[in-house]
Design a protein around this ligand. Structure first.
Ligand SMILES: C[S@@+](CC[C@H](N)C(=O)[O-])C[C@H]1O[C@@H](n2cnc3c(N)ncnc32)[C@H](O)[C@@H]1O
Length: 272
């Protein structure tokens, strides 16, 4: 994959950083507690693979974990470092490194963690199955492996792939208008769907919900979604069955049904 076919995730995260406030951080902390089913990460090691803005690494540190964050994109790494300097604390330790989940030497060097967290990342590596195995292997016995992977919508996913390819092929000054056009069409579609169900049809009404969901920003999510290449998808059974064969037990799962977006999975690793 050439540089042009890879979305500049880190630049989008740097722009998100300007919107970050304590309210969003609190939402991120709360959503992490909900997903993991844990109130605290005191005494635990948390590995954030594909840390992006660093928001969930910060959330884990605030819950008491020692954190190691990895991202392929140097701008994401810089963004996480800035976030650590602005909002993090000296203790527990929080290390940030540039590197790829697909690099076996780097991954080995990281050791293992009580919680391996990779939200919305492994489907953007260009080799999702290998990335899932590499990430899963970093989980300590009895630890948790937590990830979010794009749902396979069949034809819908192939349409999204075309939209993403166009975003990455056009000149950078046109990309803003491409996001505006695609997001505008989808927001209107959602509004119409709400109207026929006698719900408030106002477009963009889910923007506040995004903030409430994981502390994210709807605009930056749209840019990430419309630009995010490489892009792979998977049906839940194609995630759950291979990991079960590797000794992982599914503890929690939140799917989007036949819709778009990410399915979230939390596995525990058997003790052996
Ligand atoms: C959609 S963002 C998700 C960020 C973060 N996990 C979150 O939940 O907000 C995907 C991130 O994965 C990173 N990424 C993509 N391929 C990677 C790889 N091979 N190794 C490590 N990080 C990678 C991107 O640079 C980007 O920051």
């Amino acid at each position: 994959m050439t540089k042009e076919e890879r979305f500049a995730f880190g630049k989008n995260w740097q722009s998100f950083l300007a919107e970050l406030d304590e309210d969003r951080i609190e939402q991120a902390v709360f959503s992490l507690q909900q997903l993991l089913g844990l109130q605290t990460l005191e005494g635990k090691r948390f590995m954030d693979l594909g840390c992006g803005s660093g928001l969930f690494s910060l959330a884990a540190q605030r819950l008491g974990a020692e954190v190691i964050s990895i991202d392929y994109d140097t701008f994401s790494v810089a963004c996480s470092e800035e976030l650590r300097d602005r909002f993090g604390s000296k203790s527990p330790k929080w290390n940030i490194k540039q590197g790829s989940v697909l690099d076996p030497v780097l991954m080995q060097s990281l050791g293992c963690a009580d919680v391996v967290y990779s939200w919305g990342v492994l489907h953007h590596t260009g080799a999702m199955d290998k990335a899932i195995v590499n990430a899963a292997e970093r989980t300590k016995p009895s630890g948790l492996f937590c990830m979010a992977i794009y749902n396979d919508q069949g034809g819908g996913s192939r349409r999204w792939l075309r939209i993403k390819k166009i975003y990455n092929a056009i000149p950078s000054w046109l990309r803003f208008f491409w996001v505006l056009a695609v997001a505008g069409i989808y927001e209107c579609k959602f509004a119409l769907a709400r109207l026929v169900r006698f719900r408030n049809p106002m477009p963009f009404r889910d923007w506040q919900a995004k903030r409430k969901d994981r502390g994210m920003s709807a605009w930056h999510d749209w840019v990430d979604w419309i630009g995010g290449l490489p892009f792979e998808v998977a049906k839940p059974e194609l995630i759950v069955v291979p990991l079960r064969q590797r000794g992982f037990v599914l503890e929690n799962m939140k799917t989007v049904g036949s819709g778009w977006g990410c399915n979230e999975y939390v596995f525990s690793k058997s003790q052996d």
